[in-house]
Design a protein around this ligand. Sequence first.
Ligand SMILES: Nc1ncnc2c1ncn2[C@@H]1O[C@H](COP(=O)(O)OP(=O)(O)OP(=O)(O)O)[C@@H](O)[C@H]1O
Ligand SMILES: [Mg+2]
Length: 225
Amino acid sequence: MLLKLTDVSKSYKSRYGRVIRDVLRGTDLAVEKGEKIAVAGPSGSGKTTLLNLAGALDFPDKGEVYFNGEPLSGMNASKLAAFRNRKIGFIFQFHHLLPQLTLWENILIPALPGNEADAEVHNRARELLTETGLWDIRHQKPGELSGGECQRTAVVRALINNPPLILADEPTGSLDSENASLLIDLLIRLNGKEESGMVVVTHSMEIASRMDKIYKIRNGKLEEG
Ligand SMILES: Nc1ncnc2c1ncn2[C@@H]1O[C@H](COP(=O)(O)OP(=O)(O)OP(=O)(O)O)[C@@H](O)[C@H]1O
Ligand SMILES: [Mg+2]
């Protein structure tokens, strides 16, 4: 099993330790290698919270998150940093590209620690940019790109290290339906090639229906279907 959450609970607390909101309440999730999963649910139901826990950007109050059978709670800080950087490809709702850097520099950020000059990384970057139609504009900055081009850049950035798990939080949220559909095509095509697992948060039933399984968050738990 690539990713497994068992009996995971998460609440947010005020500065004084008072619970503001029980978001996840003992939920389970399993994602196999190469499996694509959609997560839906109303605003505030805990979708981003779930992705944050799956990618070790935050930690559960109760329960455990396993990656390839290994509990995240057993990893020290440097192992967690390596896990986030090498094993997870994050795609955020808003692309979170750095405005001062060119597209080319942005996509190389996850590859930076250690091997920025690595010819293999550059080859992969070139291949992904060509495949996504971004090669010719690689020296432009995010402010000079369209919304769809920024989102495609964010997809390339998430894939640059060839991570076994992609976590995408409403990756098409800011796109019109035609561009949203193209972005998902791209993600599925590239993902199929790499056999990565994928968890996509989406409000679009059209996008959700292209995944292997659809889950909804209801009362703090994931329900299939
Ligand atoms: N850091 C935080 N501190 C306190 N409350 C938080 C924090 N992060 C999220 N929440 C609350 O937890 C609940 C779940 O938030 P979350 O971001 O996971 O929802 P979501 O399903 O992603 O919503 P949306 O569809 O609007 O993005 C919300 O009610 C939110 O206000
Ligand atoms: Mg969210």
